[in-house]
Design a binder for this molecule. Structure first.
Ligand SMILES: *[C@@H]1O[C@H](CO)[C@@H](O)[C@H](O)[C@H]1NC(C)=O
Ligand SMILES: *[C@@H]1O[C@H](CO)[C@@H](O)[C@H](O)[C@H]1NC(C)=O
Ligand SMILES: *[C@@H]1O[C@H](CO)[C@@H](O)[C@H](O)[C@H]1NC(C)=O
Ligand SMILES: *[C@@H]1O[C@H](CO)[C@@H](O)[C@H](O)[C@H]1NC(C)=O
Ligand SMILES: *[C@@H]1O[C@H](CO)[C@@H](O)[C@H](O)[C@H]1NC(C)=O
Ligand SMILES: *[C@@H]1O[C@H](CO)[C@@H](O)[C@H](O)[C@H]1NC(C)=O
Length: 580
């Protein structure tokens, strides 16, 4: 065994300092080794917290202590049960581990929540919750966490868990970075993933595992694109035929209790779930369940009526559609409002030609359709507001259709260019989902078939519409507010990466999302600039941390893909840097 002083130097040279993801806004660390006791005592505002194994009881009422208790339980589980020996982050066959010195260890963690949670803490609108926290670990093992909200406590606990590794000599867990002092808070309040549950069904376990991984990344909004023209997996008890006829299979549904369990799972991890029923386009599947509500269902050639088959949109001058929506919203929205403050009414890619086929309209003239659409959205949003929720829409409702929306409405921009900037400058609250950076499904080729004949020459090499792949470096380069004036930037609430699921299901979900969503997560949390220089953070600082975080994702059961070969992770970042 090497003496400890030498080991500390070795740790300095080889282990990535501050290997936390996302990197905190303010952090200082030392190079002392500290072990953590498996019987560590955790107190919350002076009260002892139950150890591993606690899960908050299912409920639509939330209690700060139960939420914190659940988080402490998961934190200890991460440190002691799903941790890893970081051999992959050190030179091969090197002796990188500290001497086991259990006399020097963490035995207690004191959590102070300095503010009171309200019902809005658990279903926040952007800006409702103070997510900041401080975390200190003294050289002799005293741990203090302080936060205004329980959400801040959750973030602090996650940061804390990322300080520790498993020791190969046995059940020993250590950090090499004591003392630690962190003051942290997010740059943007809305940090999300949009997950498509309709093109391919995503299992409830997959959704929940995604929520877990989100919370480790300090991502806090899961937007479920739950229906589309291809399938309607959402069970609506007052409109039972929707899922009976519209789900891909009777087993591939989300019942009201499934939905509640997803919402509750999210709330207890600081992740607010936002439900989207996309309308008035992207909804053809209703034709299978209820007649006379949909126009242009499965219309061909599909390119003239929608972006991908099958087409189908609401008939927009039809009182039956209004009474259908009334029933749908009266059923669904009261089941959402205990857990979320938002409901997304979609609104992307409405094709004017659909209404040309509508016997009640017979026009594809935007000037004719715009007032009908305005009336339709006014009705939908009045229902959303009556349920205590704020509406969300895709950007075309503003950028294509010039609709007048309430000031509470959040506009989700995906078309890129200056859309985010323009929307923010014109006073809209905006979420950035620019497809050039944030579409995780892009760049993997076409799912649509090409007809027999000369397709191999005509369509070669079968790229998809939004190629190339949005690799993590590309994602990391993008900050939604870059180039936007400070006053307009206040309207940019954050971003969402999008997971459109034509070629994504349980077999590849994890490695499509992770660790690329992590890259966006860090930028939305602490920006992509180095605080010392104001310049974009060097990839040499980012890569070792992301390599390490990917190992943590794997250890915790998420099949994140590697971003480098082991040759690179075992050497320093310089060894795998482009030589120019
Ligand atoms: C932790 O909190 C206790 C009680 O407030 C305080 O006495 C102690 O100095 C704090 N320790 C650190 C390392 O901040
Ligand atoms: C509407 O259909 C016509 C063909 O009738 C086509 O040329 C046009 O591109 C279509 N419009 C849209 C927006 O798809
Ligand atoms: C909508 O339907 C009404 C009759 O129900 C009709 O008078 C009106 O012209 C229609 N609007 C459009 C734009 O077609
Ligand atoms: C409207 O329909 C006409 C006739 O089908 C078509 O020529 C025209 O391109 C359509 N307009 C748009 C904006 O798609
Ligand atoms: C959009 O709507 C607003 C208010 O209804 C109107 O003042 C403006 O001229 C419209 N813009 C366009 C491009 O149609
Ligand atoms: C990083 O690795 C390269 C290549 O193996 C080596 O030349 C260099 O000295 C290393 N730098 C540090 C700081 O260890």
């Amino acid at each position: 065994m090497l003496p400890k002083a030498i080991l500390a130097i070795a740790a300095l040279a080889f282990s990535p300092a501050n290997a936390l993801w996302p990197i905190p806004q303010k952090i200082s660390t030392g190079d002392s080794v500290l072990f953590i006791d498996q019987a560590v005592k955790v107190t919350y505002n002076g009260q002892l917290i139950l150890p591993i194994g606690y899960t908050p009881p299912p409920s639509s009422h939330f209690d700060s202590k139960q939420i914190v208790q659940g988080a402490v339980s998961r934190t200890l589980q991460s440190i002691f049960q799903t941790n890893y020996v970081p051999w992959k982050l050190h030179p091969r066959n090197s002796n990188f581990e500290p001497r086991v010195a259990p006399q020097n260890r963490i035995q207690s963690i004191a959590i102070q929540q300095t503010g009171k949670d309200t019902t809005q803490t658990f279903k926040p609108r952007a800006g409702d919750v103070d997510e900041s926290y401080t975390l200190t670990v003294s050289k002799n093992g005293q741990v203090n966490i302080s936060a205004k909200s329980s959400t801040g406590v959750l973030h602090a606990l996650e940061t804390f868990s990322q300080l520790f590794y498993k020791h190969s000599a046995g059940p020993f867990y250590y950090t090499t970075q004591a003392p630690v002092s962190i003051q942290d808070a997010p740059k943007y309040p809305h940090r999300g993933i949009m997950l498509d549950l309709a093109r391919n069904y995503q299992t409830i376990d997959d959704i929940k595992r995604t929520i877990d991984a989100m919370s480790w990344n300090k991502l806090n909004r899961l937007h479920l694109h739950i229906t589309d023209s291809q399938s309607w997996p959402l069970v609506i008890p007052s409109l039972p035929k929707l899922s009976q006829a519209g789900a891909y299979h009777p087993s591939l549904v989300y019942t009201p209790s499934d939905l509640a369990s997803i919402f509750q799972y999210g709330v207890s991890r600081g992740v607010e779930v936002i439900t989207e029923i996309d309308m008035p386009g992207h909804i053809g599947v209703i034709e299978l369940a209820y007649s006379d509500l949909i126009v242009a269902y499965e219309q061909m050639p599909y390119q003239d009526y929608c972006a991908e088959p099958p087409c189908g949109a609401f008939s927009m001058n039809n009182t039956k559609v209004y009474s259908f929506l009334d029933t749908l919203f009266n059923d669904l929205l009261p089941r959402i409002s205990p857990y979320s403050s938002y409901f997304h009414t979609g609104g992307d890619e409405l094709n004017v030609n659909d209404s040309e086929l509508d016997p009640r309209i017979r026009s594809n003239d935007t000037a004719v359709l715009q007032p009908l659409l305005q009336k339709f959205i006014n009705f939908a949003h009045s229902k959303v507001r009556a349920a205590g929720l704020s509406p969300f829409v895709w950007e075309e409702m503003v950028t294509t259709w010039n609709l007048t929306l309430g000031s509470d409405t959040v506009v989700q921009s995906w078309l890129g260019g200056d859309a985010v900037k323009n929307l923010a400058e014109s006073g809209h609250k905006v979420i950035d989902t620019d497809y050039n950076f944030y579409y995780l499904d892009c760049g993997r080729g076409q799912w649509v078939n090409f007809p027999p004949g000369n397709s191999y020459t005509t369509y070669y090499p079968f790229n998809d519409w939004c190629q190339p792949t949005k690799n993590w470096r590309l994602i990391y380069s993008h900050d939604p507010a870059t180039g936007v004036s400070a006053s307009a930037a206040k309207n940019i609430l954050g971003g969402e990466v999008a997971v459109w699921s034509e070629m994504i299901d349980a077999a590849n979900l994890d490695n499509i999302i992770w660790p690329r969503a992590s890259a966006a997560g860090e930028v939305w949390w602490s920006g992509n600039a180095d605080p010392a220089t104001g310049q974009q953070r060097s990839q040499l600082d980012v890569v070792p941390r992301l390599n390490e975080f990917r190992e943590r994702l794997l250890a915790r059961g998420v099949s994140a893909m590697p971003i480098q070969m082991t040759y690179c992770t075992q050497l320093n970042a310089t060894a795998c840097t482009l030589f120019t």
